[in-house]
Ligand binder design. Structure first.
Ligand code: MIG
Length: 800
């Protein structure tokens, strides 16, 4: 927290004693003698907002991060006082505010244990250079406390002992510990004494977090401007903390179309048209499933957004249609920089309408990017976003492009220090004019939002698909994202794993890495191992910078092609399982990937685990992250797990050696799970789904599973046209019972389930479906314990 060592002590200012307290429904305000006001808003029993001003007046209350759909309301709120404190009690929390200095201590309302307490608490330093304050907060770390989250930081899961900076940055070939990189998600979860809480510091200025790095027992965060404005979010389950943060900053506004969860192929760049077709045909020829093909910047005319190179793509509409006929969705890149060119209509229009960012004294913000000198739309202005969204009409509605990829939106500027706009650039910020110091971290988010609005408008009645590189908290409402320009190295495979887990823990589950690495070239082994990890990431795309060798699934010889095909096929088989996990994310804010600590926080062994993660609810995966390995040691969480490949049951709560030669990887299924699978398709929709395969993993005891399906695109599911199946499995020594409860109005195309029973400890002698015994012949039961039953059953008894 030392900004300037000389000023460390003489610079810091603190609130003084409380002289006034007011309560206005759920907003409590405490005024200190020296003009500091602390305003606490009780948003939910477990969510308190803390907001401080040092001037006696609050700025206009506006946040890009907080969604208007966030839940509000509490069961209980009471404010009392004792000699030294005001005491705020909700159904979940008790918060003490010191009358002396506004410091807070927060306790669990049920068992009264201390959750989080201020050390110095709120303090600040006046900023001579820019005016306003550098706002600071410090809290005492509790014994054994660990920290997680913060978005895309390329570091081990547990953040303890480290310091971070948040300033959205184009970080070509970043490495382990590079900081900051592309995203700013100033939210962390903390865990101690089996209880978890989170802090979301909703301040868009350059901010910092220190987790017991500067001082061993202190956790602090501060920003170079704006307000001390943070949300305290209580669990005690870490998954609840993350779900509550996601509720606050928003869940995706709609499900992705099912094809979006397929495999995507990208490179900088596939051109001309014949090259694109060569690639797509090769996928079909080699029977490697793929749903999307990307056009990087070279598809444009001189890198002018919303244009097409006549030479390389003479008839984009025809090409896009032909690709679509073969099951390929075309995705194109769009950058924020608009080429300064009076002959270019987008530039002319932006100029005429005064939509470009300007410097403090009036000149336009001019910066060099791919097209040469450019101006940049001010996406923090609603009219500009509206204009931008309309620019997509032709691309989407007429040409038939199915997704847009926003790059360089940090915003990145070439050949200048800081690689971005200077601080003095002005922004509208939704009618709260400010400098780039405040708008920088949300610029990319607002560009992605404007793009999303366009795609949503012109893709209707289909769902939009957007990808962004830069993001601030809340960006997950509009778009997916990738982890930027990584490198083809084994360490980067590990980093991709960490970043995807961390993003999921930070409310942003729709994430993936450039499979194989963007910079430099992977060998076949690394590529195969990366595909194995990548099929478990919500966004699954191979991408490379293209200035080295090829990076398609077949670029490394037949052995590797076969491994890659096998895993992409597995991705397609697991689509209904992934779609269900996505539904739980979009509906309830539950992360699609769960780091082991989030999965089982009570097991202290999980607090420092990095490689293993839970995909959805029931599958445990762990990539092999080094060369020449025939397997690896990994930690299996508590409970019993089936080896996915062998059905061998292992006991968790300890490390195991797991065999995994190059054509395999460690995957386990939780006992009692029911995993839905589709047949292998070359692209989503290639085949009608005539039967849903359910892999049933026997357990002595109970377990529940869910399968969510809908039309796979469109908005009918929002009106109730979805199919949700809740399964309850109960295994006994001589019987397996599966109950099904179906909700939603969508009628799936298939009529039957094919059940595959794993680990059944007895030989089946009788089967009853809804209390009626069914002959084996009808069930098509055979030696491998598969049987076919109607999808409409409510209770199935499989008996010895
Ligand atoms: O300065 O559009 O991260 O995915 O292929 C490089 C070219 C610009 C950076 C992106 C990368 C993309 C590349 N872009």
């Amino acid at each position: 927290m030392i900004l300037n060592t000389e000023l460390e002590y003489k610079g810091n200012l603190f609130p003084s004693k409380i002289i006034k307290y007011e309560k206005n429904l759920n907003v409590l305000s405490f005024t200190a003698e020296n003009g500091v006001i602390l305003e606490i808003t009780v948003r939910r029993d477990s969510v308190l907002r803390f907001r401080f001003t040092t001037t006696g007046i609050f700025e206009n209350d506006f946040s890009y991060a907080i969604t208007k759909y966030a839940s509000r309301g509490y069961n209980h709120l009471e404010v009392t006082e004792d000699k030294d404190h005001y005491i705020i009690t909700t159904a979940k929390l008790i918060c003490h505010i010191s009358k002396l200095d506004l410091r807070s201590s927060i306790y669990d309302a049920v068992d009264k244990t201390l959750i989080c307490e201020d050390e110095l608490g709120f303090h600040w330093e006046e900023s001579y250079e820019f005016g306003g304050d550098v706002v600071k907060m410090s809290k005492t770390a509790q014994p054994g406390e660990s920290y997680y989250g913060l978005g895309d930081k390329p570091v081990d899961n547990n953040l303890k002992g480290k310091r971070f900076e948040n300033w959205v940055t184009d970080s070509y070939a970043y490495g382990r510990d590079t900081d900051p990189i592309y995203k700013t998600i100033p939210f962390y979860t903390a865990l101690h004494n089996k209880k978890s809480y989170g802090i979301f510091f909703d301040n868009t200025f350059r901010s910092f977090f220190d987790f017991c790095s500067e001082r061993r027992n202190i956790t602090s965060f501060w920003a170079h401007g704006g307000e001390m404005n943070y949300y305290f979010i209580y669990g005690p389950e870490m998954s609840e903390v993350v779900a509550n943060y996601t509720d606050l900053t928003g869940k995706p506004h709609e499900m992705p179309a099912l094809w979006v969860l397929g495999y995507h192929q990208c490179k900088w760049s596939y051109y001309p048209e014949s090259n694109v077709k060569e690639i797509t045909s090769k996928f079909r020829e080699l029977k490697i499933p793929c749903d999307a093909i990307y056009l990087d910047i070279d598809y444009m005319e001189g890198f002018r957004c919303f244009t097409w190179s006549k030479e390389y793509f003479p008839d984009p509409k025809r090409m896009v249609k032909e690709l679509a006929d073969d099951g390929f969705k075309t995705i194109v890149i769009i950058d924020p920089g608009i080429k300064i060119d009076m002959e270019y209509s987008v530039f002319k229009e932006g100029l005429d309408k005064d939509y470009f960012c300007k410097r403090a004294d009036g000149p336009y913000m001019k910066g060099k990017v791919w097209p040469g000198e450019c101006y940049f739309p001010d996406f923090t202005r609603p009219e500009v976003r509206e204009w931008w969204s309309d620019l997509f009409k032709e691309l989407i509605e007429d040409i038939g492009v199915k997704g847009v990829w926003n790059d360089m939106n940090e915003p990145a500027v070439m050949d200048v220090p800081g690689k971005s706009f200077p601080d003095d650039v002005r922004h509208d910020y939704e009618g709260n004019p400010c400098s780039h110091r405040k708008a920088h971290n949300v610029y990319g988010m607002q560009m992605a939002r404007a793009t999303y609005q366009g795609l949503k408008k012109f893709s209707y009645p289909k769902r939009p698909f957007v990808i962004t590189r830069a993001a601030y908290s809340g960006t997950q409402r509009y778009t997916s994202s990738w982890t930027g320009d990584n490198v083809a190295s084994w360490d980067h495979l590990t980093i991709a794993n960490l970043q995807a887990q961390r993003m999921c823990m930070s409310g942003f589950s729709f994430i993936g890495s450039d499979i194989g690495g963007f910079a430099e070239q992977p060998n076949g082994e690394l590529y195969a191992r990366w595909i194995q990890l990548g099929i478990f990431h919500p966004f699954c795309r191979t991408h490379s910078s293209g200035d080295h060798g090829d990076q398609e699934p077949w670029a490394f010889g037949d052995t590797i092609t076969d491994v890659v095909r096998k895993f992409i096929e597995l991705r397609y088989q697991l689509l209904p399982y992934l779609y269900t996990a996505f539904w739980r994310y979009a509906d309830e804010g539950i992360p699609i990937l769960k780091s082991l600590v989030l999965y089982d926080q009570e097991d202290t062994q999980t607090h420092y685990r990095n490689d293993e993660f839970i995909f959805g609810e029931k599958i445990l995966a762990c990539p092999v992250t080094g060369p020449n390995q025939k397997g690896r040691r990994m930690y299996i969480p508590r409970g019993k797990w089936y080896n996915f490949w062998t059905d061998e049951v292992v006991k968790g709560g300890q490390e195991h050696w797991v065999d995994a030669d190059l054509d395999s990887m460690p995957i386990f299924v939780k006992e009692g799970a029911i995993i839905p699978k589709y047949p292998i398709q070359q692209y989503v929709g290639e085949k009608a789904i005539n039967e849903l395969l359910l892999d049933v993993y026997y357990k002595l005891g109970k377990e529940s599973s869910m399968v969510f399906e809908d039309a796979g695109d469109g908005y009918d599911y929002i009106k109730g046209r979805y199919s949700q199946r809740d399964f309850k499995l109960q295994g006994k020594k001589d019987e397996l019972i599966i109950q099904q409860h179906k909700s939603g109005k969508y009628i799936t195309t298939y009529k039957t389930f094919k059940l595959k029973l794993h680990g059944l400890p007895f030989k089946i002698s009788k089967i009853e479906v809804d209390n009626v015994e069914i002959p084996f012949k009808v069930l098509k039961i055979n030696g491998d314990n598969t049987l076919v039953v109607t999808k409409d059953f409510t209770e199935l008894h499989i008996m010895a």
